[in-house]
Design a protein around this ligand. Structure first.
Ligand code: ITT
Length: 191
């Protein structure tokens, strides 16, 4: 079966292929000639994931899933959350986003945070949601060069390495998106 993954992020597409690639042929919107920039203006991760999936479903009625992820920091009442990509500016610059996060947490003792991913699947017109969460803490300094986004600052609970120091496979095993993708993969096996 062919399934569109509604993302323009190549890193995320390869993560997803690593998890559900054997079972299903994952394709990007670009590979189908769809280059639309889909708005992510909803107030929740669920809303954004559903909006993106519905947007692509409307175009060609191909089975599709979309995800949205937020970094939810306890001491910041869940921020940056749904605004994680554009936390510091409209440019979605990971360096600036991390810089802003460190500034907001300057002197704050409670560094607890979690990444939460929501996946919205539209399969033959029916909608399904899957969620994955990884808990951890925000370090005071960046460490590691792997992954993307806030990975160099995020230390998963029970680990001594940040998400940016783990290998691609190690991150997939424990990450928010990895967990949500495996729930999706399990579900797809049942249909
Ligand atoms: P698409 O919307 O094109 O899929 P994106 O880069 O905006 O790609 P998300 O909406 O899933 O990705 O995530 C929003 C932001 O959250 C993202 O820009 C990163 O700053 C952060 N983020 C998401 N997943 C992450 C991860 O695995 N590690 C670190 N930061 C992550």
């Amino acid at each position: 079966m062919e399934l569109i993954f509604a993302t323009s992020n190549k890193h995320k597409l390869s993560e997803a292929k690593g998890i559900i690639g054997n079972q299903i042929s994952l394709v990007s919107p670009e590979s189908l000639g769809i280059f639309d920039s889909i708005p992510e203006d909803e107030p929740t991760l669920e809303g954004n994931a559903l909006f993106k999936a519905r947007y692509l479903w409307q175009i060609n009625k191909m089975n599709v899933f979309a995800d949205d992820t937020g970094l939810e920091v306890e001491a910041l009442n869940g921020s940056p959350g749904v605004k994680s990509a554009r936390y510091a500016s409209e440019e979605c610059d990971a360096g600036l986003n991390m810089q802003k996060l460190l500034k907001e947490l300057n002197g704050v003792k409670n560094r607890k945070a979690r990444f939460r991913t929501v996946i919205a699947l539209i399969l033959d017109g029916r909608e399904y949601l899957f969620e994955g969460i990884v808990n951890g803490t925000i370090l005071e300094n960046k460490s590691g060069t792997g992954g993307f986004g806030y990975d160099p600052l995020f230390l998963p609970d029970g680990y001594t390495k940040t998400l940016a120091e783990l290998t691609f496979e190690e991150k997939n095993l424990i990450s928010h998106r990895g967990l949500a993708l495996r729930k999706l993969a399990e579900f797809l096996k049942t249909i």
